[in-house]
Design a binder for this molecule. Structure first.
Ligand SMILES: C[S@@+](CC[C@H](N)C(=O)[O-])C[C@H]1O[C@@H](n2cnc3c(N)ncnc32)[C@H](O)[C@@H]1O
Length: 386
């Protein structure tokens, strides 16, 4: 066993050994990427919400004996939590290319007495996924890489079964949300824009990238849950290995427009060439729903647990509310209150809009973000007292 400082931690219902992050400080903060094996305690939110989503998925589809694959496992914390905390799991496949990670995963599995449920591999993730595809596939695939999931999407789609659940994390939020537009074009084949709702543009580009890989294979996708939490995006989607569903998916790819003069924003369908060019466009991107509201209300929420961190439960609540709002990009209070000369509390904006009979909900993408079907210029005029 490699020799480096380690500590025992508890997360969810498991206890695992991880590198002692207090020995890997950069600036004045622990830097998980500098440790011999990657463990980021902040990603508990991602892992806990994934447990709620996968448990919800099991109930939603009525599947039993599911096989879950995590090709980039790090310490194994996620795979181990899935084996312990998800109902109806028959097998979890855990994998990492790093020797040290592989050793640690094996040790953590033994400590938790889960060696008959979890199979461990030390392979390149793409090799593993291709092997799984040849051997009959699996029901859930969780791609949680450093940076972009792009290199693993295509083979995940090969390895997943029909109506399986594909979950991806992307930590390159800056690239997807317009900080490095050319890099986004290279990596995702889509142009982001620094629209006020650029964090929503980013997650929609991520979804449409998966959708376009799926389309090329005659598959379709449907997001069940999507969110941004600080430094990463997370999307969990159903994959349909069905040509008819691929056509449905194609209808959900298009562009987003934004007009600063009227505050108008929205979507234009028509991939690969949109019909209108009056606006600045961003895309191609996903223009369909980011959430399946029925899944969230009836399955995901029931899958959240008291022992999740308060942040995980908070994100779950925010998304549950936001999913009931209209599928129109979020707006910022600063857009409708720019000339007011003072900060406009978001709850005031929401009350004004609701008072006029329109929908308005907060958006988790931004502290000043809200989603409404009202005409924003009209709202701005009302707020300015015109
Ligand atoms: C962000 S960490 C995974 C964290 C883990 N999923 C969790 O929830 O704690 C990414 C992991 O991918 C592994 N990795 C990087 N490239 C890989 C590849 N091509 N195949 C398999 N593993 C790889 C790294 O060694 C690292 O442990």
């Amino acid at each position: 066993m490699s020799d480096y400082p380690k500590v025992e931690i508890r997360e969810g219902l498991v206890s695992i050994i991880v590198p002692d992050l207090s020995k890997y400080i950069v600036g004045n903060r622990p830097e998980p990427a500098h440790a011999p094996v990657f463990y980021n305690p902040r990603m508990e939110v991602n892992r806990s919400l994934s447990i709620a989503i996968i448990n919800g998925y099991v109930n939603y589809t009525g599947k039993s004996n599911i096989i879950i694959c995590e090709p980039l496992s790090g310490t194994g914390v996620r795979a181990i939590r899935y084996a312990r905390e998800i109902n109806g799991v028959s097998k979890v496949i855990s994998n990492d290319i790093s020797e040290r990670a592989y050793e640690l995963i094996r040790m953590n599995i033994d400590r938790n007495g889960l060696s008959d449920i979890i199979n461990v591999h030390k392979d390149d993730a793409n090799n593993l996924l291709l092997r799984i595809a040849r051997e009959g596939g699996c029901d859930v695939i969780d791609i949680d890489p450093f940076g972009s999931p792009q290199p693993f999407i295509e083979n995940s789609l090969r390895a997943i079964r029909d109506q399986g659940l594909l979950c991806v994390t992307a930590t390159d939020v800056g690239v997807l949300s317009g900080k490095y537009p050319i890099k986004c074009v290279r990596r995702y084949g889509a142009l982001p824009q620094k629209f006020p709702y650029r964090f929503e543009v980013g997650i929609r580009i991520l979804i449409s990238t998966v959708a376009r890989y799926a389309l090329s294979m005659d598959y379709g996708i449907r997001p069940l849950m999507s969110f941004l939490d600080g430094h990463y995006y997370r999307v969990c989607m159903l994959v349909f290995k069905d040509r008819a569903y691929a056509l449905e998916t194609l209808r959900n790819i298009g562009y987003s427009y934004y007009r600063p003069s009227t505050l108008q924003r929205g979507f234009i369908s028509g991939y690969p060439i949109p019909g209108v060019n009056r606006y600045r466009l961003s895309g191609p991107l996903w223009i369909g729903n980011l959430w399946d509201a029925e899944f969230l209300m009836n399955y995901f929420m029931k899958g959240t647990r008291d022992y999740f961190s308060s942040r995980a439960r908070e994100v779950a609540g925010l998304i549950g509310e936001e999913a009931l709002g209209p599928n129109i990009p979020y707006a910022l209070t600063t857009e409708v209150g720019r000339d007011l000369g003072r900060e406009l509390p978001i709850n005031d904006v929401i009350s004004i809009i609701r008072g006029l009979g329109y929908q308005a909900v907060r958006s988790h993408f931004h502290v000043k973000g809200f989603r409404t079907n009202a005409d924003l210029l009209r709202i701005k005029e009302i707020i300015m007292g015109k």
